[in-house]
Unconditional design. Structure first.
Length: 202
């Protein structure tokens, strides 16, 4: 596949404001062998480091600059990268490209960045885009359901934990009351342990 890169790339204010490493990384991300027709793809840090012959520290420093400038978005949990303006310069032109995009989308791990991609694609008024939009909405809906379920489970877990904590606290309070009663019954040890126990039971 090919990617359109405008000649004004080098004169862009954001590109001129970043370091040489960050510019090189941005150019790599645009032309990476791992990229796809959406500019939204799986890019583990180790893949990029191998291609660039960089260590991880150097890569992350350059990536941080791109993130701060809003040139890309990166999900560190799923290793998915999104080139923010990719579809502006490389729009999907027909239904065949949309089919290809849907196929590529199925290969990408579920990520919150689906929302960012969806926001960009929804700006298009081309009818042939609808199947891709539907597919993306379905993936994002599943992600939302998973997040909601996780939050509920966490909430229930915290509730049970608090309940157990209160139960333990009440148990400790009862033990203190029992010990206090024992002292009042036999402050000088005059009553033996069996009699003390019977008094408490009553």
């Amino acid at each position: 596949m090919y990617t359109k890169i405008e000649s004004k790339f080098w004169r862009d204010e954001k590109i001129r404001n970043i370091s040489e490493d960050a510019r090189y990384l941005m150019f790599y991300i645009l032309t990476s062998p791992h990229r796809n027709i959406l500019g939204f793809y799986f890019l583990p840090i180790l893949y990029a480091c191998f291609d660039l012959e960089w260590d991880e520290k150097r890569f992350k420093k350059a990536l941080d600059e791109l993130l701060k400038e809003g040139l890309v978005k990166y999900d560190f949990e799923t290793s998915v990268i999104f080139i923010c303006n990719y579809l502006k310069y490389n729009p999907l032109e027909n239904s065949n490209q949309v089919k290809s995009a849907i196929s590529k989308l199925s290969e990408i791990p579920t990520t919150p960045l689906f929302q960012d991609l969806l926001t960009v694609l929804e700006q298009s008024d081309k009818p042939f885009m609808e199947p891709l939009l539907e597919q993306l909405r379905e993936r994002f809906a599943k992600l939302s359901e998973t997040v909601t379920e996780t939050v509920c489970q966490t909430s229930n877990s915290n509730s049970n934990s608090n309940s157990n904590s209160n139960s333990n606290s009440n148990s400790n309070s009862k033990k203190k009351e029992i010990n206090k009663e024992r002292k009042e019954i036999a402050p000088d040890g005059a009553v033996d342990s069996d009699e003390s126990t019977d008094s408490i039971k009553e």
